[in-house]
Design a protein around this ligand. Structure first.
Ligand SMILES: Nc1nc2c(c(=O)[nH]1)N[C@H]1C(S)=C(S)[C@@H](COP(=O)(O)O)O[C@H]1N2
Ligand SMILES: [Mo]
Length: 301
């Protein structure tokens, strides 16, 4: 995988050294303002964007194809062959077929995006992803007018994935988005992090990132995408329909049946030494709330 693409943006490019060095005083000021009720969501959201370390992001993972322990993906995903890799695109598209991932990436502008990432289990990280907008790939394959959803599937390769011997989920791992969610500019196909090719445990060589939804929607190691007219079945919803909805937008006011979603534990400690408040749509409310106008967010969870 090494050297498959060069990321034009590095962490050092997006965080001017001066800003970085001044962060502490900025945080202190933000904290003081917050104490007198002087700031709202955006500044709070902004202040949280101190990325987790590469080590944290790559050693505490959910990737059940390699086991259900948080350290299983790091331990076992190294054996996954990720080159060559292709995505099968079918369903309601103009140009169905097998898309070699190296060719897909070569035609895209790879950007760095620093996003909050919130697992439904109530832990979170901040991750500097590299990748391109899913909309760019959908444009490449040509979406037919009748398509309303995109379904995604992960590879199933028992020789390299020890976890798929156990029926924890029905394999392949499946996810899906409504077409307007898939076309939203925040929705990414991620091909790396911290300017490196995607580590296997994080979903090499290509995975979805939908920052306003619970982490399980961000399906890893994608081998198939299908454009459909009907809402596609999704793994966690199939397994526990009362606990995991199709939408699964981050919402601090709707608790999981077995735990609260009001707060989260930032891996590595974060800025608040302890749990911090979970933000509506994971802090992306301004950008995405319009997608759900008129929907009862407690019913469509
Ligand atoms: N194929 C596949 N994709 C997956 C998962 C999985 O088990 N298999 N776990 C999901 C869950 S629950 C989370 S929280 C994120 C974790 O991503 P990370 O390990 O890169 O932080 O991946 C999601 N994508
Ligand atoms: Mo998760």
């Amino acid at each position: 995988m090494a050297g498959r693409y060069k990321s034009p943006l590095r962490w050092s490019d997006v965080t001017p050294r001066e800003t970085y060095l001044n962060r502490r005083s900025f945080m202190a000021a933000a904290g003081a303002a917050a104490a007198v009720g002087g700031i709202g969501g955006p500044l709070q959201a902004q202040e949280a964007l101190e990325p987790n370390t590469f080590e944290e992001i790559t050693s505490y993972n959910n990737f059940y194809e390699f086991g259900t322990g948080k350290d299983d993906p790091k331990r076992y995903a190294g054996q996954l062959t990720t080159d060559p890799w292709a995505i099968e695109v079918d369903g309601l598209v103009e140009r169905p077929g097998t898309y070699d991932i190296a060719d897909v990436i070569a035609g895209k502008t790879i950007e760095e995006r620093i996003y909050r990432f919130r697992c439904v289990e109530a832990w979170s990280m901040v991750i500097p992803w590299n990748g391109f907008e899913l909309a760019d790939f959908l444009e490449q394959v040509g979406v037919q007018p009748s398509a309303k959803y995109v379904a995604f599937e992960t590879l199933v390769r028992p020789e390299e994935m020890p976890g798929v011997r156990f029926p924890v989920l029905e394999w392949p791992y499946r996810e899906g988005l409504r077409l307007d969610e898939a076309m939203h500019p925040l929705t990414m196909m991620a091909t790396g992090l911290y300017g490196e090719d995607m580590p296997n445990q994080n979903g090499a060589p290509i995975r979805l990132v939908v920052p306003w939804k619970y982490g399980f929607k961000s399906i890893k190691s994608i081998v198939r995408m299908t454009l459909t007219e009907d809402e596609p079945p999704t793994s966690w919803n199939m397994s526990q329909p009362r606990e995991y909805g199709f939408y699964s937008n981050v919402n601090p006011t709707v608790d999981h049946p077995r735990w609260s979603q009001a707060t989260e534990r930032r891996i590595g400690g974060g800025l608040f030494a302890g749990r911090e408040p979970t933000l509506m749509f994971n802090g992306y409310e301004e950008e995405v709330a319009g997608l759900y106008t008129g929907m009862d967010l407690t019913e469509f969870f």
